[in-house]
Write a protein that binds this ligand. Structure first.
Ligand SMILES: NC(=O)c1ccc[n+]([C@@H]2O[C@H](COP(=O)([O-])OP(=O)(O)OC[C@H]3O[C@@H](n4cnc5c(N)ncnc54)[C@H](O)[C@@H]3O)[C@@H](O)[C@H]2O)c1
Length: 337
């Protein structure tokens, strides 16, 4: 069974491709490599011993997506492709709306044309805005505070409209919490260039002395140690959630929406301390003022995904810290060879 994975060279997409191949799916990737590298395809093949079809190109390119569907009998799409940097989205909202929404519209149009009406979409916990109650259930009120989040919320709305108009669609909206970690092999993972937007890559760059110090924004939140609390989830658990969601979609789900998180919040300081302990390294940090727009705590209620999909996160914070560091250190060794 062939599935199309948009953004399959990216962080979450690449790990999900490994799981898809291991589950017996044939994988076609389309990625414009705007935030990833071509060699990820080889790494996916190396891990799984299986072949992958790769198209370098943009999901906003209708002719390309049409060509892919005309060449392959695709049963479902896992749609990861998108820009994801919150700060950049504030500076360049049109880029985000154009890229994330156009790509989705194109994809849905071509899927309709080829009667492929099964899709798993990468949404985000950012659609919960500043949550009023914790843990967050799927039924919580939705709002966003930046253009990136708005693209996710709009796309969720587009998917609901598409489903309302044609009940033959099967759509899984997955709201991710904070994926970190890497594949055990150390062959794929997250290692952004420059100044990272997310905490774990930042911690690693400080641990490896690429960056001098980690700023922890605020230590006076209403949390156990005063620093912000988030629901970190191992990328492998997250990837496994996609296989379960895909199975659900292919069994005729209609439109469904699941939180993919652990249900457990860890503070920034807990993450830093655990990272130091399991990797036996020092992370130089200092407390900085709160950042505007940051919330004290955010973690999922993942009960619904467990009830409906039989999925729950299994790996812990120590695995996340160890595997994330292992990947980056392996990248470093390979580039210095
Ligand atoms: N990583 C997170 O913390 C997180 C949290 C919530 C939601 N998400 C969402 O999950 C998805 C995957 O995230 P990720 O962390 O793997 O990001 P990523 O940047 O590592 O991967 C996205 C991939 O999509 C590709 N891409 C972007 N726009 C494209 C386009 N128009 N055409 C073709 N390829 C395109 C990029 O080159 C990249 O390989 C994104 O939609 C993101 O918004 C991520």
């Amino acid at each position: 069974m062939k599935v199309l994975v948009t953004g399959g060279c990216g962080y979450i997409g690449s790990h999900t491709c490994v799981m898809l191949l291991e589950a017996g799916y044939d994988v076609i990737i389309v990625d414009n490599l705007c935030n990833s590298k071509r060699d990820v395809v080889d790494k996916i093949k190396e891990i799984t011993g299986k072949d992958v079809i790769f198209y370098k190109g943009d999901v906003c390119d209708y002719a390309l997506i049409n060509k892919i569907f005309s060449h392959h009998d695709i049963v479902a799409v896992l749609h990861f492709a998108g820009l994801k940097a919150v700060g950049e989205s504030v500076l360049k909202p049109l880029l985000y709306y154009r890229n994330n929404i156009d790509s989705t519209l194109n994809l849905l149009e071509v899927m309709t044309k080829y009667n492929c009406k099964n899709i798993v979409f990468s949404s985000s916990a950012t659609v919960y805005g500043a949550p009023k109650t914790l843990p967050i259930k799927e039924s919580a009120p939705l709002s966003t505070t930046n253009p990136y989040g708005s693209t996710k919320l709009y796309i969720e709305g587009i998917l609901r409209d598409v489903y309302e108009a044609d009940k033959n669609w099967n759509i899984a909206i997955l709201r991710y919490f904070n994926p970190i970690g890497a594949h055990k092999s150390g062959l794929i993972g997250e290692n952004p260039n420059g100044i990272p937007n997310n905490l774990m890559p930042y911690i690693i760059k400080v641990a490896t002395k690429e960056l001098e110090v980690l700023n922890i924004f605020g230590d006076d939140y209403d949390t156990p140690d005063g620093t912000g609390v988030r629901d970190y989830i191992h990328i492998i658990d997250l990837a496994k959630g996609h296989i379960k969601a895909l199975d659900k979609v292919l069994s005729g789900s209609g439109i469904v929406c699941y939180n993919l998180g652990t249900g457990h919040g860890y503070s920034v300081l807990e993450l830093v301390k655990t990272f130091e302990k399991v990797n036996n390294v020092k992370v130089n940090y200092r407390i900085a003022p709160r950042r505007e727009g940051d919330i004290a705590a955010c973690y999922a209620d993942p009960t619904y995904a467990f009830q409906e999909l039989g999925w729950k996160a299994e790996l812990g914070i120590e695995d996340m810290c160890r595997d994330a560091y292992n990947y980056v250190m392996k990248c470093k060794r390979n580039t210095s060879d």
